[in-house]
Design a protein around this ligand. Sequence first.
Ligand code: COA
Length: 256
Amino acid sequence: MSEHLLIEQSAGILTLTMNRPDKKNALTQNMYGAMADAISAAQDDSAVRAIVIQGSTSCFTSGNDVGDFINSPRSGTDSPVYRFLRAICNAEKPLIAAVNGPAVGIGTTMLLHCDLVYVADNARLKMPFVNLGLCPEAGSSFLLPRLLGHLRAAELLLLGEEVSGQRATEIGLANQALPTGEAVLQAARQAAVRLTEQPPGSLKLTKQLIKEGVTQVAEQTMDAEGAHFTKLLAGPEAREALTAFMEKRKAVFANH
Ligand code: COA
């Protein structure tokens, strides 16, 4: 349970709403844990036919809580963040994301595990792992080049380039860009309703077939990335970058 994650289930749709507005929905261990539990429970619940992950009408998520990165870094594959990543990677039910505003770090990499992604015109997708002295996670070093090709993946991962909602649809990171706000949440909801009306056996098999061969490699990549990520988090580059964010200053790597 987490006070910062709203969980609602109705008419076959499980909706997970990240709700920590004062920190731009930055994800805490409790939030990851609650999302992992809800998605895993839905796997065996025939009443759930589709899962929607959303933030508010102005913000999806600013990614992992930076304070947590510094004070209680993720450790081991049993940690809540890895449970969450494994849950979305292995989810048999369709995952739909509704993205308004910023989707930083895991806010973008989680989208690579979704089946349908609706973004706002003002969406800002960004994976600043290198900028933070870290490395890709969530299997993104495998999934992103597979989806976008090497050059675009390199642009997003090496430079930490930001992608607008419109651009996300052009390069294949999202299905549709919509006016910012309720329209994005509604589009995700409507897609979820349509999925609840599909025959569940065929839906499940088709998702399985689409992801055949991908899930296993994504999970292996996730484990390899995770080991590097944990080491880098404790290193001097990440310390400088994360402390700079907390101190609201530009990070300096000249002496690194
Ligand atoms: N972890 C912890 N706190 C965060 C956070 C995060 N990931 N993202 C934002 N916040 C906090 C800010 O510190 C600020 O707190 P304060 O009001 O106590 O000073 C508050 O949320 C609002 O953020 P702010 O930066 O003022 O909002 P903005 O609209 O100008 O920018 C973002 C929004 C998401 C673009 C920006 O906050 C950002 O880049 N966040 C960091 C993202 C990040 O690096 N995540 C890790 C990726 S691996």
